[in-house]
Design a protein around this ligand. Structure first.
Ligand code: C2E
Ligand code: MG
Ligand code: MG
Ligand code: MG
Length: 290
């Protein structure tokens, strides 16, 4: 595996302590960029889907689409490595567009109560033509934009806030939900959050790990959930791996759960079995009423 061989899987932005590691990372990213430039991304990119479960009724409410790249040259390269490279090199749209098409085509076959979440980069939103292209992909699909949630991270606001704001407003007007991803680790001010038409926040997984025995994490999750409630937003909690974490989150009123506890990201073909196990009960009931 290229990623394992060529060094550590650092989280984006994490400080690199040793210059030799740093050099290795720079060389690795240069190689990734070079291979990405030449890649047939339509062919080499695929999408996996991780379920989001409402624990109150034990029902699936949606899936998040996550990018996978299998390069004939490098093997499997994780998104935490190739997405930032493509962003820096200025061609993230070559990744976003085919992935969005693939994800929408899969999601179009799901029961109507199931939503699709899709990650966007700041750069997907900062050019008017780029935004129009995304909107045309959404319209060309057989998927109702009201069932689509677009995820952005706070780091997107470092770009051009006004431009991001108007792009998000346009997507919201199509009926899409707007989720703030990795909530809690960013640097944006709360007043900026209020200036965006958000519908959901996703609490970052770094606060969830062992929160039942980490008072600091516990307090942070508690206040982020309270903040979300005050803002009238749904909160998804990411990275839930254990029964213990889940129990504490339920107690705190965190009900929308995404994490290995329920499932790792899965291929399209595994989705029907998961939905059989945890169908969307309330929406199905709803459909019978109307
Ligand atoms: P994200 O959007 O915050 O996605 C959640 C990440 O957490 C995924 O990693 C998922 O596999 C992982 N995860 C979920 N539950 C657990 C858990 O219980 N334990 C652990 N250890 N990990 C868990 P993944 O698929 O490697 O993606 C990493 C990041 O790459 C994503 O973070 C997102 O920022 C970015 N990304 C992935 N696909 C796309 C894409 O299509 N477009 C863009 N712009 N970014 C993407
Ligand atoms: Mg996400
Ligand atoms: Mg996240
Ligand atoms: Mg992320």
């Amino acid at each position: 595996d290229y990623a394992l061989y060529h060094g550590k899987r650092t989280k984006r932005g994490k400080a690199v302590l040793f210059s030799s590691d740093h050099d290795a990372e720079i060389r690795r990213d240069a190689k990734i960029e070079q291979v990405l430039q030449m890649a047939n991304l339509q062919e080499e990119l695929s999408v996996v889907f991780q379920p989001i479960v409402d624990v109150r009724l034990d029902e699936t409410v949606g899936f998040e689409a996550l990018a996978r790249w299998t390069s004939p040259v490098l093997g499997n390269v994780p998104p935490a490595q190739f997405i930032p490279v493509a962003e820096r090199a200025g061609f993230i749209n070559r990744i976003t567009r085919p992935l969005l098409e693939k994800a929408l085509a899969v999601a179009a076959n799901w029961p109507t109560g199931i939503r699709l979440s899709f990650n966007l980069s700041a750069q997907d939103l900062t050019s008017p033509e780029g935004l129009l292209h995304l909107i045309s992909i959404i319209h060309a699909s057989r998927f109702d934009p009201k069932r689509l949630e677009l995820e952005i991270t706070e780091t997107a606001f470092a770009a051009d806030f006004g431009q991001i704001q108007s792009a998000i407003t346009a997507l919201k007007a199509l009926g899409c939900g707007i989720s703030l991803d990795d909530f809690g680790i960013g640097y944006s001010s709360l007043s900026r959050l209020h200036a965006l038409p958000l519908t959901k926040i996703k609490i970052d997984r770094s606060f969830v790990t062992d929160l039942h025995e980490k008072p600091a994490s516990y307090k942070i999750v508690k206040s982020l959930l309270a903040l979300g409630r005050d803002m009238g937003l749904d909160c998804v909690i990411e990275g839930v791996e254990t029964r213990e974490e889940l129990a504490v989150l339920r107690e705190l009123g965190g009900f929308l759960i995404q994490g290995y506890f329920y499932s790792r990201p899965m291929r399209e073909s595994d989705i029907p079995a998961f939905l059989n196990l945890r169908p969307n009960v309330s929406r199905r009931h709803h459909a019978h009423l109307h």
